[in-house]
Design a protein around this ligand. Structure first.
Ligand SMILES: [Mn+2]
Length: 376
């Protein structure tokens, strides 16, 4: 018995560091990911697919986003079971009850609206644990396990959402899933797999090999460790084999660069040029070191060019520590005269200080050098 386990699609998500054009490509990639999941479910001969919560970014999305999601879901040739999570809880305003969803819902797409066991194939049951609010006040998985009895001959997959106590630093959260209870239920045969969602990084929880977060199918943030995957789970008697498949096409890349001269800038330029899939890569850079004004102008040019080709380039201000030191050589062959030369001399005098106006003067000189076309 084989099935596909995905989660955390969060369709409709926007990212502040993407411009309009990159955001459109990112949204499309996330819809395409749904079709990739459908293809993999077919190719690996899965009996069904589960999405363990947070299918949608929130409950108030425009009709078009819902319609496009449902259109992509039509690509599945096996039944798909969607679980409401904390982003899209099954409350009064649930997106799963919206006209856009209900009118467009394909036949094979089901929403897990209750904790009742559903027979999805001969001898196979799903037990969903839907979120009905954004902040449950108890461990919903423990509650549901308490209502279950082992059913000999039935393979049971529980589909749930949220943090697990052994991984969460926030012990005060009453909704945390207690892993010990889950492992007891696996041991006595009440369930055979717990399909979780919420963490965007692929994660196996505990020692059973039967409790997994597949992670988001496309990465959504820099801190994620192993996003862009989905799982094909095969349960056969005592065996449970879990195989990750790569779905995602976008990358979030962190880089820290020590820049103390032209050699370091050459290295940075080479690294940016050799990165693959730049139009689908969001870069976050931490810049450290000391550059002359001319070198800073060259760096600004490089970053401007990178912004043109990468999906996004963020300078991580909080960790950036880049000093700019005007150097006589910066101005040696700057060909200005008259009032322009007077302005340069005034700015150079102002730039020597350490206050805010000195920083402004250095920025102005750096821009002047850039505009004057200096490169070395
Ligand atoms: Mn979540």
């Amino acid at each position: 018995m084989r099935f596909l386990h995905s989660a955390d699609w969060q369709l409709g998500m926007t990212r502040h560091f993407l411009d309009e054009d990159a955001q459109a490509r990112y949204s499309q990639a996330r819809i395409d990911a749904v079709r990739t999941l459908a293809r993999i479910a077919g190719e690996t001969e899965c009996a069904f697919a589960v999405v363990s919560g947070d299918v949608f970014e929130h409950n108030q999305l425009d009709r078009r986003t819902v319609a496009r999601a449902l259109d992509a879901l039509r690509a599945f040739t096996v039944p798909v079971y969607l679980l409401p999570g904390n982003h899209d809880p099954l409350d009064a305003a649930s997106i799963f009850r919206s006209a856009a969803f209900v009118e467009g819902q394909p036949d094979g797409v089901h929403v897990l609206t209750s904790r009742d066991a559903i027979e999805v194939a001969p001898g196979v049951e799903i037990v969903g644990v839907p979120w009905t609010s954004k902040r449950p006040l108890q461990d919903l998985v423990a509650d549901t396990l308490g209502e279950l009895a082992a059913a000999p001959g039935i393979v049971r997959v529980m589909v749930a959402h949220g943090g697990v106590d052994v991984l969460s630093p926030d012990a005060a959260d009453p909704a945390l899933i207690e892993l010990a209870r889950v492992e007891a239920a696996l041991a006595d045969g009440r369930i055979h797999y717990l399909a979780l969602g919420d963490r965007h990084s692929l994660t196996s929880v505990g020692g059973s090999g039967r409790v997994w977060y597949p992670g988001a199918p496309e990465p959504t943030a820099f801190r994620e460790l192993d996003a862009g995957k989905a799982l094909v789970v095969e349960i056969d008697g005592e065996r449970c084999d879990v195989t990750p498949h790569t779905i995602g096409t976008w990358r979030f890349v962190d880089g820290t660069y020590q820049l103390d001269g032209d050699g370091d800038l050459d290295g940075l330029a080479e690294e940016l040029d050799s990165m693959p899939d730049r139009e689908r890569t969001v870069l976050r850079v931490v810049l450290r070191g000391t550059l002359t004004l001319t070198q800073k102008a060259r760096l600004d040019d490089m970053m401007a060019q990178a912004r043109d080709v990468f999906a996004g380039v963020e300078e991580w201000e909080r960790h950036t520590d880049l000093a700019v030191r005007p150097d006589d050589a910066d101005f040696a062959d700057l060909d200005v005269a008259g009032f322009a030369k007077d302005a340069v001399d005034e700015l150079r005098a102002a730039a020597a200080g350490s206050d805010e106006s000195a920083a402004t003067a250095r920025d102005a000189l750096s821009l002047l050098l850039r505009l004057a076309g200096r490169r070395t």
